[in-house]
Structures are given as C-alpha cells and as structure tokens.
Design a protein around this ligand. Structure first.
Ligand code: ZN
Length: 378
C-alpha cells in the first residue's frame, strides 16, 4: 500500500510540473523577466523625474516652440524706423561770428524728417541780424513734419568790428592834401601840378560827376581815391542809415569802375561834424561808429583852405590859409580843398613850393594814416 501511495504522489507531481511549464503561456515569449520584478508605476512619475535631472536640462531640450515666426529673418521695413522729431542742421554751427558789414548772409540750413525726407522748404526763420551794428543776435529756425512733430533750433550770431590796420605815425611835417567834390576839368591841371612836384594827394569824389578817366588817371599816378558822396544831397543822404549806404555804394561802384577796386577811406558830406543832418537826430553819432566798425575810415581835416564859401576867394588867400594851417600842425596836417574851384586848384603850385622849401612831405591818405576827426555834432 505504501508503494501505491508513492506512485500516485509522483504522478501528481508530474502533472503539476507540466501545467506550470506550459499551461499559462506568455503572450510574447516565455522568457519575460519584467513579470518577475514588476516596477511600481508611481516610482517613475513626472515629479520624480524633474527632481532627479539638473535644472538646465529641460532648457536644452530641442522641443520646438509653438511660436515659430521669430525664426524668420526680420525684415528692415517699418519696425526698424524709429519715429522722431525732425532734425534741423545749421551750416556753420549754432554759434557764428561775422564781421560787421552792409549785409548778412545766412550760412545755410536744412531739415529732414524721420523718414529721411528733405523738409528744408518748410523751415520758418525768425529773428533779425543788423549786419552793420556790432552786437549779439539770435535767429530761430522751426520746422514741422507731416505728423505734426516740430523742432526748433536757435543760432547765435555775434557781429564784431572789422579789425583795422594799425595807424603808423608819419614823420613830422607830413601833409595830406585832400580835394573834395570833384573831379572836374580843373582836376587835370591839378594832377599836372602834383606830378611836377612829385606830390601825392587824396580825392574824395562825387560819384554822379562820373569823369572815370580823371579818377583813373589820379589813381594810376599814385593818388588816393576816397568816397565822398554820389549826390551830395544832405537831406537824402542822411535820411537814414540805409540811404547813406545806398549813396556810399553808388560812389564805390564809380570808383571801382575807374580803379578796379573799392576804397576803404571816405569823407562824410559836410564832414562828420556837419549839422546838415540834424533832421535825423543822432545819425552822425551812429554812422561814424558803424562805418568804422565795418572797416571804413573817415577823415575830417585840421586845415581848411576856406575855398568853399570860407572867405578865401583868391588863390593867394587859399595859399595863405593853407600855409598858416601847416605851421599850426607841424606834426601832420589834413588839408581840405575843393578841386571844383579853379582859384583853389591854382593855389596848389605855390603851396607845394612853399612846402618843399620848408621841409614838408605831401602824401596820399590810406588806412595807416593818422586820423583827423572833428567832434560829432549830431
Ligand atoms: Zn563836399
């Protein structure tokens, strides 16, 4: 009986082994190891993964961002132009210095908007420079573009006096003979006399007389040519500054036609001490400064021949007055005569002879000559 039990148990064991080995087949293979050590699902959760990986790792993850457009190269169009106010450029800068002169010419300016459009024509300019008057001025430039953006800039203009040559004191007994109101036909014989004595003189001319050839000859023979006036009409000339300038420049043009250049010396009609200008109060005070600031030097006189209603009606009287004056001004003398009066012209030969005998030298005026200025009366 015991042997029968053992056989039964053995057979039962065989059956059991067969079922275990083949009765529960694995879907894919019979060597699936994971089934032996199942991993808990919670052990690989996301949170656990983040904790375990360095922070930088996710950034480098080549996951394309949903906003792809930035990878497209930016176009240089609208987004690159920055809107701004118009820009005004002042040629020569925002601060300039100019010599006093008859006119002022703006060095120039231009403007553009933020798109680069030239809008210079829209610039509004305000402010005034009085070019002949030494001082400080401001000019304002404003411009507005299509979008209503505006810019304003200011230019400072400093008008300064023209630097004049230094005066060179001549040796004693220097005489500057000056002849006003010509030239005329008498001037030719005057030039002959001056040439004979190798003496030089100065002619303050009246422009409207013309006589270009005579002026030219005088200039070529070494005499000085200065502006006196074009019309000698006091009322007109001294009406205002501009009227004086106009008269002055008409005369300058005559001188340039005759000599090829403008002059820098002049004599006021009636002299700087005239009262013929009194209708315009202060005009002489202003003009004497203005003209010198602009680089023109005026000459009055310290010896008068009295040949123009001054009592010297003969050549002898003219000579006496001049000689008397030279004796009083032994350093240097500026003599006033008029070559439109024959008796005055005829006195010159004897004046020069007397001067030569007494050691005088007769020279033409220039910008280095000593000035003789009367006291301004108006
Ligand atoms: Zn005169």
């Amino acid at each position: 009986m015991k042997r029968g039990v053992c056989v039964v148990l053995f057979c039962a064991l065989l059956v059991l082994l067969t079922v275990t080995a083949c009765g529960i087949p694995h879907p894919e293979s019979g060597m699936d190891t994971p089934a032996e050590t199942p991993v808990p699902t919670e052990a690989v959760s996301e949170s656990d993964t983040v904790e375990a990986i360095p922070v930088s790792t996710p950034v480098s993850t080549p996951v394309p961002l949903p906003t792809a457009p930035p990878t497209v190269p930016p176009t240089p169009a609208p987004t690159e132009v920055v809107e701004r106010d118009p820009v005004i450029t002042l040629v020569g800068g925002d601060s300039i210095e100019v010599d006093a002169s008859f006119s002022f010419s703006d060095p120039g300016y231009f403007a553009d908007d933020y798109l680069g459009n030239n809008i210079t024509s829209r610039i509004q300019v305000s402010g005034e420079v009085v070019p002949y008057k030494v001082g400080s001025y401001s000019i304002t430039y404003s411009v507005t573009d299509d979008g209503g953006r505006s810019t304003t800039v200011v230019r400072h203009v400093e008008v300064v006096p023209v630097v004049m040559p230094d005066i060179i004191m001549p040796p004693e007994k220097t005489v500057y003979l000056t002849f006003d109101d010509g030239p005329c036909s008498y001037t030719k014989q005057l030039l002959d006399v001056l040439k004979k004595h190798d003496a030089k003189a100065t002619f303050f001319i009246i422009g409207e007389r013309g006589n270009i050839d005579i002026i030219k000859r005088a200039y070529e023979e070494g005499h000085a040519i200065g502006v006196h006036t074009y019309t000698h009409e006091y009322k007109q000339i001294y009406k205002n500054e501009q009227a004086f300038f106009d008269d002055f420049w008409k005369t300058q043009e005559v001188i340039k036609e005759a000599t090829g250049s403008y002059t820098h010396i002049f004599r006021f009609p009636g002299g700087s001490a005239n009262t013929a200008s009194r209708r315009n109060k202060g005009i002489m005070t202003r003009l004497t400064k203005i003209m010198e600031d602009m680089g023109y030097r005026y000459f009055d006189w310290n010896v008068s021949a009295g040949d123009a209603g001054g009592g010297a009606t003969t050549s002898g009287e003219v000579k006496n007055r001049v000689v008397s004056g030279l004796k009083r001004h032994a350093d240097y003398a500026v003599v006033l005569q008029h070559d439109i009066h024959l008796h005055s012209v005829k006195a010159v030969d004897s004046i020069l002879t007397w001067g030569e005998e007494h050691g005088y030298t007769f020279l033409a005026l220039d910008l280095t000559s000593p000035v003789v200025h009367s006291e301004v009366q108006n």
